[in-house]
Ligand binder design. Sequence first.
Ligand code: GLN
Length: 393
Amino acid sequence: MPSTSERIRGFGESVIRRMTRVANAHGAINLSQGFPDFDPPAELLAAGERAMREGPHQYAITWGDAGLRRAIAEKQSRLMGIEIDPDRHVVVTCGSTEAMMAAMMTVCNPGDEVVVFSPFYENYGADAILSGAVPVFAPLVPPGFGFDRAALEAAMARRPKALILCNPSNPCGKVFDADELRFIADLAIRYDVFMIADEVYEHIVFAPHKHGYIAALPGMAERTISCSSLSKTYSITGWRLGYAIASAEVVDGMRKVHDFLTVGAAAPLQAAAVTALRFPPAYYDELAAAYAEKREIFLAGLDAAGLVYTPPQGAYYVLVDISGFIDGTDWDDARFAEWLARRVGVAAVPGSSFFREPVRHLIRFHFAKKPETLRAAGERLLRVDELWRQDRG
Ligand code: GLN
């Protein structure tokens, strides 16, 4: 038999998706792969029903339904404070996953370096491999997840092609503050580097933290590819709708990559999504308030179980420190996460799948779940110590 490509040997299976299968196999509450267990807004569902009845059922324009692009441009122009032309600056993709991949393929030549903060969302590793780019890592150091400015500058001074900024961050919940964003933007300008921003959690931020769009900083709109998604903001991860906003030149390239990769996102879902993009500002306040409540419930559960964690500033993940369990044993985070799903009935993602560095003492939970699901997870976690001692004793 002929052999498969070298390329696919460069990456393993997604640990996030694998943990969902582990959760299902053990009937665990799945706090691994981040997606909601509650319904999207009723108005959006009604728009979806209408679109299914009335169409469109054939291809949308490859780079996105005109109405949806207009709605994205209007909403994001308002929020980001930049002029976004729906006909020149927007491409609609199959989730932000495709937007990020298309961005990398559009700006990188094989061998180009791309700076990635570590910990990072695991797809970026695969994005780099598939686009031929070479990741260079800049650490965000637990437990506070600050970054060393000199280390970042050293990485940028190598004149990489792009820097990937996930803000708010999956998995560590960091929200880069105004000063950090300015510092990063200045480096991008000084060393002439593209900024690929993954901002899918832009509306999930906890006071007093505030999300700033890096594209909005002086000199950054031209060099930033702002990728985002409807998945988290409207609780429709399965609809696979995302987009990128960038300069006309970059968008032109991305549209071609996107066209040949997927032709386009689902036409009826794009039509329905216009309804969501037109929600009033109160919708986003309510979303943030609902997530603040989920965060509070889940962190209270972790506290009650005596677990140690870094409180997230944004997004819907929390990294929990399991050193107290595994230190002095031959266990690592992956084995602990499997055990936790099987014995305690709560699934998490081993932290090592997000770190470049050999970090083995963290696991990631997500809290995009109904309050009752989070309370049930908290109840189960109350027994973690006792079950661990039973099994290890
Ligand atoms: N972004 C989510 C996570 O990190 C889900 C990713 C995915 O499976 N596409 O868990």
